[in-house]
Design a protein around this ligand. Structure first.
Ligand code: DX5
Ligand code: ZN
Length: 216
């Protein structure tokens, strides 16, 4: 199991130093890009994300909650271990988006809203490196985990079989539910408020790791 702290819950005025605090236990930095169209919220885009990189060592896991990934994804400066994830519900054609992200040199992730049938992403499974299962309605941090995500993770895991596709989960993850999420088959856990709202972020991350491992 790996953790990707979501910087959405960090202090946006001090993004780099916030990121540095969690870096020792982070596999990726999860960066939520929102356009005010795909979701009712606006965050940061390529100028901030590209400059944030300086001095950070972990790869970026860029979660595009935007209508036009084909237009904006190429504006991100990519390192080879980065993941760029788009939504299957976005306006652009998923197959072309996958090809574009691949050409940028990033690993490709596909995500879907909690209300979208899992089958919507099945046609693309052969072409992606990661599936990001949303366990909240995308748009805001700090929302309650939707338990239906557990069954979706399990079904997805079965469908993936032996293929080398990472199952990631995003939204409302905390020390109470992380065990079930990991037991269902999620390997990359995105957590925002559970990490950044804590006084000691590293202690919060350790608590997530140990809760994930606990047998119940
Ligand atoms: C929500 C974002 C999430 C969010 C998670 O649209 O995609 O990455 O930051 O935050 P928490 O862990 O607080 O639900
Ligand atoms: Zn996210």
């Amino acid at each position: 199991m790996n953790l990707a702290p979501s910087l959405l819950a960090a202090d946006f005025g001090n993004l780099r130093s916030e990121a540095r605090q969690v870096e020792p236990l982070a596999a990726y930095f999860h960066i939520d890009v929102m356009d005010g169209h795909f979701v009712n919220n606006l965050t940061i885009g390529p100028p901030v994300v590209n400059t944030l990189r300086k001095g950070l060592t972990r790869p970026f896991d860029i979660h595009l909650m935007i209508d036009r990934p084909l237009v904006y994804a190429p504006r991100f400066v990519i390192h080879p271990a980065d993941i760029v994830t788009f939504h299957v519900e976005a306006k652009d054609d998923p197959a072309s988006t996958i090809e574009t992200i691949r050409k940028m040199g990033a690993r490709v992730g596909i995500s879907l809203r909690p209300g979208t049938a899992l089958e919507a992403i099945f046609p693309y499974l052969g072409r992606v490196d990661l599936v990001l299962v949303m366990s909240v309605e995308p748009g805001f941090g700090g929302q309650a985990f939707m338990p239906q995500a557990i069954e979706r993770i399990r079904t997805l895991r079965q469908k993936i079989g032996e293929r080398a596709i990472t199952v990631a989960v995003d939204g409302g993850i905390n020390a109470k539910n992380i065990h079930d999420v990991v037991a269902a088959g999620a390997e990359l856990i995105v957590a925002g408020s559970a990490i950044f709202n804590a006084e000691n972020r590293i202690a919060a991350m350790r608590a997530l790791f140990s809760a994930a491992q606990q047998t119940q």
